[in-house]
Design a protein around this ligand. Structure first.
Ligand SMILES: [Cu+2]
Length: 343
């Protein structure tokens, strides 16, 4: 009898939360929720990320200090001579979810990436600033397929796992015009970080726990691993994300959230012998590292289109720790906007 009560309570609380603003995690978290049997969802997510100024092994470094670092690719120029000033990344993610049963939700995502970087070039001999230029790339960057599987469901605590594959399909040979330290313009393959993808396949493994303290308070924790399983000449390093968030529900239609994300990524494996510009981003050890960020956001349910309520969400994320490997740009802010609709 007791178990029947528990089941009724459980079904009630799940169906209740499903159509509440607090029913989904902050928008920057992926694969956070499952659906009920037969339910599907489409989602659109747009994010804008900014990076600015540089750090060496986690400490700020000035442009004049970068200009005395050896160029590992060749002796002309002897030192690094092109310095990134700022970078922006725009990402558009189109996603779909479908639950063939209450225990399994399938998830599909398509990512479009647009990158833009401003750089200064310094003369090989005089070391004077000879001008700035812009590099950009834009492409369909990745596809991912995952299954979310229910692991355990108690009165207040729910666990699910994720297993999936991410295909990096973006071009890794994109070219751009570069102002060289000899004061000439040259078309060359853009450094690793400016490419839209690495043509690799990664295995995704994730675990999510949601703890519902009461109708108003939800705590979430999630860990996700991206492990490379297939690549060409080079690939970005394996990644681990850990997210911990708290959500407060003001009403059925509105909730706010705070979130801490820890990121760890290994440096690039392999190399492209054609990427040789005298700039930090063409050196594979200047990738990956540890970063942390804090996000504040809200989820909002409203009626825009016919059918179930439309879900709008926003998150503003600020970098708090930049312990990146070697010489890299620092993360600044990231804004994520999302729209979701269930059927
Ligand atoms: Cu969904």
């Amino acid at each position: 009898m007791r178990s029947i009560h528990l089941i009724i309570l459980l079904v009630f609380s799940i169906s209740m939360f499903g159509s509440q603003a607090i029913g989904h995690a902050p928008i920057g978290v992926m694969a956070d929720h499952m659906h009920k049997k037969g339910e599907s969802m489409i989602s659109l997510k747009a994010s804008y990320m900014k990076m600015k100024s540089n750090s060496l092994d986690g400490s700020s470094i000035s442009d004049s200090e970068i200009l005395v670092i050896d160029n590992p690719h060749s002796n002309s120029p002897v030192k690094l001579s092109v310095i990134p000033i700022k970078m922006s990344m725009k990402m558009l993610t189109l996603g779909g979810m479908y639950a063939p049963s209450d225990d399994v939700t399938l998830m599909f995502m398509t990512m479009f990436m647009d990158k833009s970087m401003n750089l200064n070039t310094y003369h090989a001999m005089t070391r004077n600033n000879i001008g700035s230029f812009n590099s950009s790339s834009s492409d369909l960057s990745g596809l991912s397929f995952s299954a979310l599987v229910k692991i355990d469901e108690q009165d207040k605590s729910r666990w699910h796992g994720e297993i999936g594959l991410k295909f990096s399909v973006g071009d890794k040979n994109e070219k751009g015009k570069v102002l060289t330290p000899m004061n000439t313009n040259m078309e060359m393959i853009l450094p690793y970080g400016m490419q839209s993808g690495d043509e690799s396949v990664a295995l995704i493994i994730g675990f999510t726990n949601l703890y519902t303290l009461s109708d108003e308070h939800v705590f979430g924790n999630q860990i996700r691993f991206f492990k490379n399983i297939s690549s060409k000449e080079w690939h970005y390093g394996d990644k681990t994300y850990f997210d911990s968030w708290y959500q407060y529900s003001f009403s059925k239609n509105f909730s706010i959230s705070s979130r801490l994300r820890l990121n760890h990524q290994k440096e690039i494996s392999g190399l492209d012998p054609n990427i040789t510009a005298p700039i930090q981003t063409s050196i594979t050890s200047n990738y990956g590292g540890f970063t942390a960020e804090i996000g504040l956001g809200f989820n909002f349910l409203t009626k825009i289109f016919p059918g179930s309520e439309d879900r709008l969400a926003l998150e503003i994320i600020n970098s708090i720790i930049n312990e990146k490997n070697g010489l890299q740009m620092k993360d600044k802010t990231n804004i994520v906007f999302g729209f979701q609709k269930s059927f």
